[in-house]
Design a protein around this ligand. Structure first.
Ligand code: GRF
Length: 190
């Protein structure tokens, strides 16, 4: 199975997938890693692993539709069976979903449908919930919407900072992402 991974930031979840592939625990090929910004550290991780990278910078396009069309064209060029949003902080739109809908995987650091959006960890803390977690789902054109594949709860500790909680959630997120990809490879999900 060929995948393309999209990142915007540090790419630590991407690194976990790269490590699992290199360790022979995940039988897939990361055809490319793409970002919406040239300074996404995830691109460095990909280069270090010898994986193709590309950038479709949101700021370089007049409209979201033009950016979305270019992103779709570049990703499609790698002929992926699955596209993974791993900390990709952009909402894709019509063209992308027409092309990759039903096989566009997203991870989110909260128990959806609670706390969607860019600050799922912060919002859960601000609300004062005692349990949050992470979600792996097939993404559509909404904000963290689409059919849920896997979720796992994480209890919030008293006085925990956003950063500390996010790091604990990401440990679970990585495990769920890898087990979901593994299930897809074994054709249980696609
Ligand atoms: C993950 O928690 C992801 O769900 C969220 O941002 C984080 C990405 O971290 N949207 P990284 O770039 O993989 O380190």
């Amino acid at each position: 199975m060929r995948i393309v991974v999209l990142v915007s930031g540090s790419g630590s979840n991407l690194q976990a997938v790269i490590d699992a592939v290199q360790a022979g625990e995940l039988d897939l090929e990361i055809a490319a890693v793409g970002a919406d910004r040239a300074d996404a550290y995830g691109l460095e991780r990909a280069r270090a692993a010898g994986i193709d990278t590309f950038v479709v910078d949101f700021r370089g396009y007049g409209t979201r539709a033009e950016w979305d069309a270019e992103l779709t064209r570049v990703v499609a060029g790698y002929e992926p069976e699955v596209v993974v949003s791993s900390g990709f902080m952009r909402i894709v739109s019509a063209r992308f979903i027409e092309t990759f809908g039903g096989r566009y995987l997203n991870t989110h650091p909260a128990l959806l449908p609670a706390f969607p959006g860019a600050h799922g960890v912060r919002d859960a803390l601000a609300y004062g919930v005692k349990v949050t977690g992470c979600t792996v789902h097939w993404a559509d054109a909404g904000v963290d919407t689409g059919p849920i594949i896997a979720q796992e709860a994480v209890a919030i500790e008293d006085g925990e900072t956003e950063e500390a909680l996010h790091e604990r959630i990401k440990l679970v997120e990585r495990r769920l992402l890898i087990s979901t990809l593994s299930d897809i490879v074994q054709s249980r999900l696609l």
